[in-house]
Structures are given as C-alpha cells and as structure tokens.
Design a protein around this ligand. Structure first.
Ligand SMILES: Nc1ncnc2c1ncn2[C@@H]1O[C@H](COP(=O)(O)OP(=O)(O)OP(=O)(O)O)[C@@H](O)[C@H]1O
Ligand SMILES: [Mg+2]
Length: 208
C-alpha cells in the first residue's frame, strides 16, 4: 500500500458523514491500516476553539469573508499539526470535511464564489489534495430531517433549505470538475446500501 492515503468526507448536514467515517475506518483496518480520524473545523486545540467561534451563535453574525478565513486558519493549523505529519508517517488520514466544504458552504452557500474560495485552498495547501473524496449526496429535506434530532442547532444547522440547496449545488460543481477525485455516494438509501457504496468506492480507488 504505497503512496499517501488522504480521504475526505463531504456533504450537507445529516448526509451521513460521521456514519461514513465508521465504514471507512473498518475498511482501512481490514487492509491492515491504522487510520487517523479527524474533522474540520477542528482537529487541533486552536482548531476546536475556532470551531466554537464558527459554529456558535453570535450577536450580529459574522461576515462571509471572516467565516471563510477562520475556516482556513483552522485548516492551516490542522494541516501543520495533524494531517501532514500523519501522511508523512505513512498513515491513512480520514477527515470529516475539508476544503470542498469551504468551497460549497462559503463559496456557494454564502455566495463568495467557488473560484475565490478555491484560491484560498491553493494558498494554504498548494501541494496537497485528498486522494479520494466521498461526497454523500441526498435531497436537502432528507438531510435536514436526519439532522433534526440534534440538540440546539449550530449556526450552520440554523440555515434554511435554500442555503443547503446552494451548498449541494457547490458540491455537484466540484464533483463535475474533478471526477477522478470526487466520488458521489447516494446517501438517501438504507445504511446498508450506503455502506456498500462507500466500500465499492474505496475498493475502486485503493483496492487490490
Ligand atoms: N442511510 C441512512 N439512513 C437513515 N438514517 C441514517 C443513514 N445514515 C445515517 N443516518 C442517521 O442520520 C443521522 C445523521 O447521520 P450522520 O451523523 O452520520 O450525518 P452527518 O453528515 O455526520 O451529519 P452532521 O453534518 O450533522 O455532522 C444520524 O442520526 C444517523 O444515525
Ligand atoms: Mg457529523
């Protein structure tokens, strides 16, 4: 199993990202790997503080520009302290959201534009991209239904369906532009079907 293994998981709220991470962990472990599981925003002490700032409700909200820059500040820290060292040590890294989330949420959801956000990714990690991105895709209403059981909705979860439609279209645009990296997984089906789809994508990219 030479080469690096950086897998990211994307999708709107309730798409099944956290559930998918379990499936990926099981698959990697079955290959004899010891995956590092992490998430964004977060994954470091500073990153988790920034996560609280980003997800928490605040008087007056936050500008889209501040939001995307804080996301990338957390990401720079995460790359420096966690992701790059683990990849350099030959580990599999599985990350719940990465730069595609910024492109979809801030680029499309907040309206900053895909190219503007992508250029921040090129600045922060010009030499690194995920080897495989699993985009868990389902209708917005279904994702929001699945996510509805949560305690107090965070700042993103409080957005309306229209926002998530824009986010979803952002993911669709990325998947269309980068078909070799991004695999769309239909996550509207049963847990077993979704798991099969994820395993098939992993097998196709990294298997035998
Ligand atoms: N295929 C599925 N069918 C039905 N329910 C599912 C399926 N996959 C996950 N769920 C349930 O839907 C909810 C959301 O799933 P999960 O937490 O994995 O999504 P997520 O993308 O990580 O959400 P968030 O964006 O809020 O972190 C959970 O309660 C989970 O158990
Ligand atoms: Mg989750």
């Amino acid at each position: 199993m030479g080469g690096s293994h950086f897998i990211t998981v994307e999708g709107i709220e309730g798409a099944g990202k956290t559930t998918a991470i379990d499936t990926i962990r099981d698959w990697v472990q079955a290959q004899g790997g010891d995956p590092l599981l992490t998430r964004e925003p977060g994954g470091t002490a500073l990153g988790e503080e920034l996560r609280d700032v980003l997800l928490g409700h605040r008087e007056g909200g936050m500008s889209a520009e501040a939001e995307v820059l804080l996301m990338f500040a957390a990401r720079a820290e995460h790359l420096d302290r966690v992701i790059r060292p683990a990849l350099a040590a030959g580990r599999w890294v599985v990350c719940d959201r990465f730069t595609d989330a910024s492109i979809a949420y801030q680029g499309m959801g907040r309206g900053l534009g895909i190219e503007r956000v992508r250029s921040l990714g090129e600045w922060v990690h010009p030499d690194l991209a995920p080897d495989l991105t699993l985009w868990l895709d389902l209708p917005v209403t279904l994702g929001l239904e699945r996510a509805a059981g949560r305690s107090r909705p965070d700042r993103f979860e409080s957005e309306q369906a229209r926002f998530f439609e824009a986010v979803r279209s952002g993911y669709a645009a990325i998947a269309e532009q980068e078909p070799a990296r991004v695999r769309r997984i239909d996550s509207s089906g049963t847990p077993a079907r979704v798991r099969d789809g994820i395993n098939a994508a992993l097998e196709a990219r990294f298997g035998g």
